[in-house]
Design a protein around this ligand. Structure first.
Ligand code: SF4
Length: 163
């Protein structure tokens, strides 16, 4: 059997039913560029990131299918002029987020990441700043730990890169 990159990728989550086992690509929850259940085996993938020790302690729970919607779902919201456009990430499970994708944000742009009140959307704390890389991917210097039910927003700074 040909080995699949998904088996050793930090972005995979195993979903088991009484009769089947599926490999869910969590990048699919952040960008449509990745299928939710990639056909196996995957032998080449730009999103592949090998697991490391930091991932071993992460808590993986069941995905909620109500309330928060899909884990890690991204909502791109263009706001009125007096507010900044931003991306909202909400999580149904505890997660460690080493990177995320911002659709349509050009490489080189700076992004500020804020924890928000999941109900009001009010900003609580600056979690990180980072630069947008190729294809809109933001690799964080330190992964963000997010608990079930929490949310954060990524706010691209004005200027630099495309939108
Ligand atoms: S990013 Fe690629 S290798 Fe990793 S789980 Fe998704 S499809 Fe598999």
């Amino acid at each position: 059997m040909i080995p699949s990159l998904c088996d050793t990728c930090r972005n995979v989550r195993e979903v088991r039913t009484p009769r089947s086992r599926f490999l869910l690509c969590e990048l699919s929850l952040m960008t449509a560029a990745y299928p939710k259940y990639p056909p196996q085996p995957v032998v080449r993938c730009d999103g592949y990131r090998p697991r490391n020790d930091a991932d071993e302690g992460r808590v993986i729970g069941l995905q909620a299918d109500h309330g928060w919607g899909e884990m890690g779902k991204v909502r791109h919201k263009m706001l009125p002029l007096y507010e900044e456009p931003h991306f909202t990430f909400r999580f149904a499970d505890d997660r460690i987020i080493p990177r995320f994708h911002l659709e349509g944000v050009g490489a080189g742009r700076r992004v500020a990441v804020y924890k928000i009140d999941p109900d009001s959307g009010e900003r609580r704390a600056l979690l990180a700043t980072a630069g947008v890389g190729d294809g809109g991917w933001v690799d964080l210097q330190e992964p963000i730990t997010v608990r079930a039910g929490e949310a954060f927003i990524a706010v691209p700074e004005e200027g630099g890169g495309g939108t």
